[in-house]
Write a new protein. Structure first.
Length: 94
């Protein structure tokens, strides 16, 4: 029975797979940037147009969550376009 792969090998395998699909990584980058700017726009809009209230704070919280999700998604896409591709290039066993 073969032994399970080592954790380092599993991580490198995952990074190689993430670095292969450039179209998907670009889509992640664009979607993440869009979510970030939409969330930032919500925060700015609610600050300038609504009076101070619990509703304003809740909408700003949703905008903040969208900003965080957008940044993380765009970061994953950007790393897939750059760093993961380099790891795949330098770790090519073939």
């Amino acid at each position: 029975m073969p032994s399970p792969p080592k954790p380092a090998n599993r991580i490198l395998t995952w990074l190689n797979r993430r670095g292969e699909n450039q179209k998907h990584n670009l889509q992640l980058l664009i979607i993440g940037a869009g979510a970030f700017f939409f969330g930032a726009g919500m925060i700015i809009w609610v600050d300038r147009t609504m009076p101070s209230s619990l509703t304003q704070e809740m909408i700003a919280l949703v905008g903040s969550v969208l900003c965080v999700i957008g940044v993380l998604t765009a970061l994953l896409g950007y790393l897939g376009l750059s760093l993961f591709r380099l790891i795949k290039f330098f770790h090519n066993d073939d």
